[in-house]
Write a new protein. Structure first.
Length: 214
């Protein structure tokens, strides 16, 4: 059984909260980590941002007047400890269930046939969201309907039925950045036809393969 690491306190002397999409404080569910009150060492601007527009867009656009850290987290309702889940731009929210892709990885990587995986959101015309799971299969195994079914059952059992990806696809490789981290944000941009850059990707040639899934 995997141990979830918890932080005993958010930060000494800081007013840090977890907010839902409507800006309400939440406990026991994943939300956006924010600084709800100013602090003396809060950044006051960005380099070459003369009018402050980029600074406000980056840190204050989601919740006006509240500094957003860019991380998703959860407060354990029992221990009151903090759990850092993922970067907010990596989070998925299909079927109204917000979660980090690492929850999917922990479940799927226990399946012997799966060598690697990556899960990202894809948006419809009305910005409705579905989860798309890419699987890299180990040599000697096959990607088939039986495997897809087992993957979905494992995710439902270990997470919930709302976590189950609507689409499961086989790919020959999973893109990583130069520090060894999956590039969820870039893949999300590609399959949603958003502008993207392949700078810093170890295997950028594979990103072109993903264009077929837009």
């Amino acid at each position: 059984m995997e141990t979830i690491m918890e932080i005993n306190a958010a930060a000494l002397g800081l007013s840090i909260q977890v907010l839902d999409d409507d800006g309400n404080p939440v406990v026991g569910e994943i939300g956006e980590i924010v600084l709800s009150k100013p602090v003396p060492n809060l950044p006051i601007g960005l380099w070459n941002d003369s009018d402050g527009s980029e600074y406000r867009k980056k840190y204050f656009s989601k919740y006006p007047g509240i500094f957003t850290l860019g991380d998703c987290g959860m407060i354990n309702p029992v221990t009151k400890n903090w759990i850092i889940c993922c970067r907010s731009d990596e989070a998925l929210n299909p079927k109204g269930c917000r979660f980090g892709p690492s929850e999917i990885y922990k479940a799927v990587e226990m399946i012997p046939e799966v060598l690697d995986c990556l899960c990202v959101p894809q948006y419809g015309k009305d910005m409705d969201e579905r989860a798309v799971l890419f699987l890299k299969i180990r040599d000697g195994y096959s990607f088939n309907e039986d495997l897809i079914s087992r993957v979905k059952k494992v995710i439902e059992k270990d997470c919930s039925f709302k976590h189950v990806p609507e689409v499961v696809l086989e790919v020959k490789d999973i893109p990583y950045n130069l520090t060894g981290k999956r590039t969820e944000v870039i893949v999300k941009k590609i399959i949603n036809n958003f502008p993207h850059s392949s700078v810093g990707v170890k295997n950028p040639e594979f990103l072109q393969v993903l264009l077929q899934y837009t």
